[in-house]
Structure formats: C-alpha cells, structure tokens
Ligand binder design. Structure first.
Ligand SMILES: Cc1cc2nc3c(=O)[nH]c(=O)nc-3n(C[C@H](O)[C@H](O)[C@H](O)COP(=O)(O)OP(=O)(O)OC[C@H]3O[C@@H](n4cnc5c(N)ncnc54)[C@H](O)[C@@H]3O)c2cc1C
Length: 382
C-alpha cells in the first residue's frame, strides 16, 4: 500500500523502480551487509535510470518531479531491504542545500553529477561533543583571502566514506552562538580533508557511516552555501524535509515488520494451532495494524501539505517523534512473535528490528522532537 493515492505516472514510476530494486538491490543485500558497504556502481545505475535527485530541474539533469516520487523511492528501498542504500540522504537531504544555497558555479559543477551518481553527497552536522545541541559544534572556519580554512571533526556521517562532497556545518563566530553557524561544501580531494573509521554499528550495516576530519582544510569561498552565519536558519528550513523522509522510512519499515509478523504467526504452530489464533497474539497484531494504519493516515496528510508548500515543522516533529517510536514498538512485537527464530540472522525480522532502532535517533531524536513540540505549545522545558 502507498502512503498516498497515486497518479498513473507515479504508479508506473513505482513499478519500474520496484523492478530495479528486485534486480539490482535485493539479491545483493546479504553481501553488502557483510561488506558494510553498497558499491558505487549501484549509484551509477540509479543515476542512469533517473532515480537520484529526480526532483531537480531538468537544467541540472533532473526530472523535475515532486516529493511524491521521493516517497516512492524511500518506500520501495525499504521493501526491497535496501534501507542502507544512502540515496535518499543524498537526494533529499544533502543535495537540497546545494540547490537552494549554492553559488551558480558550484551548482553547475556539482548538481548534474549528483543526478548521474558520479558525485555522492553527505551532510556533516554531528560532532563527537555536539549532536542534539548543534549550536555547540566546534568545527571552525576562518576566512583567509579567497578561501576558508577549516579545522574540526564530524562523526556518524551517513555516506561518509564514499562521499565526494560534504555539506559541512562550521562555526565562524564565538562558540555557543548558533547564529555563527555557516554551511560550506567541502569536496573530496581538498587538502586537509580526510576520513576516519568506517563505524561499526548495531544495524544499518550496508550503510557506510564515518568520521570526517578537517585540518587546515582550504576551501574556496565560492563553496560557501548561502551567507555566512545563516546556516542555522538554513538547517531549520531543510530539516523538515529530512525528517519527513525519515518518517517515510519509519512507516515503510513498520509495514514490513507487520507483514512479516502476520505471515509468520499464521504459519507457525504451537499447542496444535497457529500462534496467531491465541487471543493475546491476535490482539497484539490488531494493535500493530492499527498503529501502522494511523501512521499512514497522518503521513498522507503531511506529505500532501509538504508538496503544497505548507510549513510542516510542528507536524513533522510530531510525526518523527511518534513514528520513530511506533516502528520500534512494531518491530519489537514482530520479533517477539517469531520466538527464537526472530533472533536468527536468516529471518528478515532480525535485520528489520535492529535497523529500526536508528530511526528514533538520527535526524533529531524523539526527545528533541518533543522539545520542538513543547516549545510550540508555549512551554519552555529544560
Ligand atoms: C545511523 C546514524 C546515522 C547518522 N547520520 C548522520 C549524518 O549523516 N549526519 C550527521 O550530521 N549526523 C548523523 N547522525 C547523528 C545523529 O543525528 C545524532 O546521533 C543525533 O542527533 C543525536 O545526537 P548525539 O548522538 O550526540 O546524542 P546526544 O545529543 O548526546 O543525546 C543523548 C541523549 O540525550 C537526549 N537529549 C539531548 N538533549 C536533550 C534535551 N534537551 N532534552 C531531553 N533529552 C535530550 C537525546 O535525545 C539522547 O537520548 C547519525 C546517527 C546515526 C545513529
């Protein structure tokens, strides 16, 4: 089922992308999970078919499609077990900053390659000592003639190992002043930019998540995104889209968990009857199905509002807080219904369960979403 009612064009796009995933992604998932990486070749293949940054205007090589098509890609990747394919973060999180705030020179140079998959992007906000509290970042940029000289460190960066361009949050003013955050595009090969460890994670194994280092890293001033000191404002504008994209993942993953739980519990017998027929389990499945349906309904409205251009900061915070926890509840119960088999690698639910755990953390934790909601209610919790 889709989060929204599809047009004929969207239905065909989904069908084609589903075939692409069945051919290029699903058969490779186990290998990529073991290798802890998705090969660059997949990015090129997605680019060739128009599946990267499909929303970009044709002048930059895109298809000019609206956010519904990003939703389709996000949903189908989860259904095909391609949660760790970093394309949505590239297409719908990092590239929008370059498109909205990049200089014409940078846009002309980078964006067409983002569409073809020659350039993979990532976004570097989090630091070892600053995650939720972005105002506390310490990575510094100092203007020196036609360049910025950057020193600092980022961590937990999705697509970090493969990325050819990083949308990097830096400070240009005194520590603690959020107004001092700026965004700069740092390209691979820039002296002083290096990558650290590919981080070993609880789940999301095929995704390369990395540390990034910047030491006397000289970046041309034309790589500044927007204006100096306005990065916090830009992030607030773009985080809504990122969170909506994560909400789509939560919803699609909850639906997959429910599907697994339903089919397993109808098939598995204990005490001479399918385990789904025990009232406790039937009620548990009924609760899961209800939560999944509520999630889809809320998201349907939210996607429509976003596509219309409405401000969704409050509602997307509510959605991210609720869906990030809902998918974890559904994943927990789905695994429980599998008994010991649910804990075995060969059962799909075990990977869904551990991958789902990240969804209430990245793109703003559940607690930070509640903070935003509480502030909108006129409260000022500490
Ligand atoms: C798999 C994965 C991929 C990621 N990808 C990226 C990426 O591509 N780019 C990037 O920049 N970052 C990325 N992150 C980082 C992610 O955004 C941060 O981990 C997240 O924002 C939380 O920051 P933190 O880890 O520093 O936790 P902290 O900020 O230290 O928070 C620790 C705990 O305290 C809680 N807390 C903090 N402040 C408050 C408060 N005011 N009130 C109540 N509770 C609070 C948090 O909710 C959390 O439970 C990724 C993380 C993961 C796990």
């Amino acid at each position: 089922m889709s989060i929204f009612e599809e047009t004929e064009e969207q239905r065909i796009f989904r069908q084609e992308f589903r075939k692409f995933c069945a051919r290029e992604i699903t058969p490779n998932v186990e290998l990529w999970e073991r290798q802890r990486a998705v090969p660059r070749e997949l990015w090129r293949k997605m680019g060739e078919q128009g599946y990267l940054c499909a929303w970009l205007p044709e002048t930059f090589g895109g298809l000019g499609l609206d956010f519904h098509f990003s939703v389709i890609i996000g949903e189908e990747l989860i259904r095909a077990d391609g949660f760790g394919v970093g394309a949505p973060l590239h297409s719908d999180v990092a590239v929008p900053y370059i498109f909205s705030y990049g200089s014409e020179a940078v846009k002309e140079r980078i964006l067409p390659k983002c569409v073809t998959g020659e350039v993979i992007t990532c976004i570097g906000l989090t630091e070892p000592n600053a995650g939720s509290d972005l105002a506390a970042i310490r990575t510094r940029a100092v203007r020196d003639g036609d360049h910025y000289v950057i020193d600092g460190q980022k961590t937990f960066i999705t697509n970090g190992i493969f990325a050819d361009a990083v949308v990097l949050a830096v400070k240009m003013a005194e520590p603690g002043e959020s107004k001092g955050i700026s965004l700069i595009l740092v390209e691979a090969g820039t002296p002083g930019f290096s990558r650290g460890r590919k981080l070993e994670k609880l789940g999301y194994h095929m995704q390369d998540t990395a540390e990034l280092f910047f030491e006397d890293c000289r970046v041309p001033v034309e790589n500044l995104l927007g204006e100096e000191g306005r990065g916090f404002k830009y992030m607030m504008e773009k985080l809504a889209r990122e969170r909506l994209e994560v909400c789509v993942k939560c919803q699609a993953m909850a639906e997959e968990c429910l599907k697994e739980a339903l089919s397993y519990s109808k098939m598995r017998h204990a005490f001479n009857r399918p385990i789904a027929t025990f009232q406790h389990n039937a009620f548990k499945l009924a609760e899961m199905a209800t939560e999944v349906d509520i999630g889809r309904t809320y998201l349907n409205t939210l996607v429509a509002e976003f596509v219309k251009g409405d401000a969704i900061t409050l509602k997307v915070s509510m959605a991210k807080a609720w869906l990030g926890e809902m998918v974890n509840r559904v994943a927990y119960n789905a695994l429980q219904l599998h008994g010991g088999y649910g804990y075995m690698e060969e059962y799909r639910i075990s990977r869904l369960f551990r991958d789902a755990r990240s969804l209430s953390i990245f793109a703003g934790t559940t607690e930070i979403m509640k903070l935003i909601i509480a502030r909108r209610l006129g409260l000022n919790p500490v």
